[in-house]
Design a binder for this molecule. Structure first.
Ligand code: PLP
Length: 625
């Protein structure tokens, strides 16, 4: 098994080189051309950029757009399918302007469009999706402004489809369209009966937040007929949830939706498009299975199931094949970005040492623990039980004022020494030790990592999503330490410890021992979907500096930094919380001046303190190491 399962989750983009560094093959058409991740990080540091940083590989983004579009086009051709594929990228998955621009540019040959789910997203797609042959799909709940902006898009001759989520939206749209004299393109979002599985199962079924029941769809059709607007109904939409892990749910949803599409067409609803929403999953944990962080199918299989599934039902029902739309977001963006940072320290229970030699009159609990350190004849299980019991008694005695601080420090040092010895003496294959897992957890180090989970990996905290976290070099050395990765927020939840070994999930991540004076860089991968944009400023840690990497077309394997987007400075983060940083700087200066006047601080020193405070306000929110 390859270390960290890199190839399993790497989707052809990530692997380990002979030199032990992560290698990236960003262009799917040139899989043999790789760039060395450590070289990328070295260049970033040489440019004076402080870690942590988000690295975006724009060529990966382009590759994913091409793969999805070409897979659909090829399957459609192989299947002699009658419609076309006209996909859209849902910008909520990553609204960064540079990401959206790259996707639009890479998708132009395929007329790949955009999807918006809110008013501000609609404003962005109006400005960025100018291709009149590409679709703009408008989801989410809508007010009059939302609908008016959508009609503006129609005036600009864009294929803007307003997807109706609720009957009342149509009641609002009809008079508005009449008043403005604009003919809308209308989509109907169906509330699906199929129950999907995984973290987003709530997106389908009777209690789903979005979509129209069959009854509501029929009522809408009646209303459209009455208003002489049935010809505006162009698209049938569904979305049964993100990160669909089981292909059987995709197949089920496709048959349900294709049947509904066919029945509606038979009722003379002139639908031209079937929109299958998002859901195409990512193999975050590399298990290719139905865990919440994986998927049991490939993109080829997903696309084939959609194309052939729709075709079969339409042929049976004798209706034309619709054009196919998908709204894959995660699958387009997840691979292209990662967070690179450094380990800044180690928190270890066995780390602190104290002189444990015997002293006259020491408490019996201390002597007992000392005897245990040399009790070689004792069974490890018994030794473990005794040590735990002495430690508990010592704690009780300390609370009653019986044990001194010196005695507690001795006891503690010996306790951890005993646990470490027990652990190293256990032969896992021949010996059953009931608390082995507990012991390993207690002894595991915590690597302190210069980032905030709440800013950079929100889903790991919020919904237990697994993201690969891997050192970017030394991968030709076996990692010796098992640890959890803790972030620099003041929150015990700021922790990553899930690791997938083959198909097993373990509670500690293997890492290498840290070497003095040497940086240990780790990468958190597959963060390009949702993580990039959903993070918050817990503890006032701001957005990370971003580095955009492109490959040289004419020099295979070479890369360049195309753009650096600075991270949020401390003053900007403070300002979003309503602080006036000019006022803060003035107040601190006033306090310093007061101490200067009193003679507590020398005038020259006072100036230095003032400058220093201002420099920190303009600086990064993360640790400078
Ligand atoms: N379309 C709609 C309506 C969604 O709600 C979502 C996300 O849940 C998506 C598309 C994107 O889904 P995914 O990122 O799984 O492709």
């Amino acid at each position: 098994e390859e270390l960290y399962g890199v190839r399993r989750w790497g989707a052809g983009y990530f692997s380990i080189g002979d030199n032990g560094n992560i290698q990236i093959a960003p262009n799917h058409r040139l899989p043999e051309v790789t760039i060395d991740m450590q070289e990328v990080v070295d260049e970033i540091i040489a440019e004076g950029i402080q870690l942590p940083a988000v690295i975006r590989f724009h060529d990966i983004l382009r590759s994913q757009v091409e793969i999805l579009n070409e897979t659909f086009a090829n399957t459609i051709e192989d299947a002699s399918y009658g419609g076309k594929y006209v996909g859209v990228f849902p910008i909520k998955v990553n609204q960064m302007r540079e990401v959206v621009e790259e996707i639009i540019d890479a998708g132009e040959p395929y007329n790949y469009g955009l999807e918006a789910g809110s008013k501000p997203e609609l404003m962005a797609v109006l400005a960025y999706n100018e291709n009149p042959n590409a679709l703009t799909i408008l989801n989410g709940y809508k007010d009059e402004d939302y609908l008016t902006l959508a009609l503006l898009g129609r005036q600009l001759r864009r294929k803007m489809i307003i997807v109706i989520e609720k009957y009342s939206e149509l009641e609002m749209l009809i008079p508005l369209a009449r008043k403005l004299g604009v003919e809308p393109m209308i989509g109907l979002r169906s509330k699906m009966m199929v129950r999907s599985s995984g973290k987003w199962a709530g997106s389908s079924g009777d209690r789903a937040k979005f979509g129209l029941s069959i009854t509501e769809i029929l009522n809408i059709i009646e209303l459209l007929k009455k208003e002489d607007m049935l010809h505006c109904a162009k698209l049938l939409h569904f979305h049964i949830g993100s990160q669909l892990s089981d292909i059987r749910k995709v197949k089920e949803a496709v048959s349900e939706a294709a049947r509904l599409y066919a029945k509606l067409v038979q009722l003379d609803v002139p639908l031209e498009y079937l929109d299958i929403g998002g859901g195409l999953g990512i193999d975050y944990d590399g298990t290719s299975s139905t865990t919440d962080s994986s998927r049991n199918y490939s993109t080829d299989e997903y696309v084939a199931d959609v194309v052939y599934g729709v075709k079969q039902i339409c042929d049976l029902e004798k209706v034309p094949h619709p054009n196919l739309v998908s709204e894959s977001g995660r699958a387009i963006t997840a691979h292209h970005s990662c967070v690179v940072t450094n380990i800044v320290g180690e928190i270890k229970n066995t780390g602190a040492k104290y002189d444990t030699s015997a002293t006259n009159g020491e408490h019996i609990l201390v002597s007992n623990m000392r005897e245990l350190t040399t009790a070689e004849e004792l069974h490890p299980q018994e030794k473990y039980n005794d040590a735990a019991s002495f430690k508990q008694s010592a704690y009780e005695a300390f609370k009653l004022g019986i044990l001194s601080l010196d005695e507690m420090a001795k006891l503690d040092t010996m306790y951890w020494q005993i646990l470490a010895e027990i652990h190293s003496s256990i032969d896992r294959d021949s010996f059953v030790f009931q608390e082995l897992e507990e012991l390993e957890d207690m002894l595991a180090s915590q690597y302190l990592c210069n980032f905030s989970i709440f800013q950079s990996a929100a889903d790991t905290w919020a919904i237990g999503q697994v993201l690969p976290i891997v050192p970017i070099s030394r991968l030709n050395e076996q990692p010796e330490v098992r640890c959890s990765i803790v972030d620099i927020t003041c929150d015990s939840d700021g922790k990553l410890s899930k690791y997938i070994e083959g198909t097993e999930i373990s509670d500690n991540i293997p890492m290498h021992t840290l070497r003095k004076g040497e940086h240990y860089h780790v990468g958190m991968f597959l963060t390009g979907a949702y993580q990039d944009v959903m993070g918050d400023m817990h503890n006032l840690f701001g957005r990370l500096t971003e580095v955009h990497i492109y490959c040289h077309d004419d020099e295979p394997g070479d890369f360049y930094i195309e753009e650096v987007v600075p991270g949020t400075a401390a003053e900007k983060v403070l300002e979003t919380m309503q602080y006036n940083t000019d006022y803060m700087a003035k107040t601190v200066k006033k306090s310093i001046d007061r101490e200067v006047r009193k003679g507590h601080i020398a005038p020259r020193e006072g100036v230095r303190w003032t400058d220093y405070y201002e420099k920190c306000l303009a600086g990064s929110t993360y640790l400078k190491v």
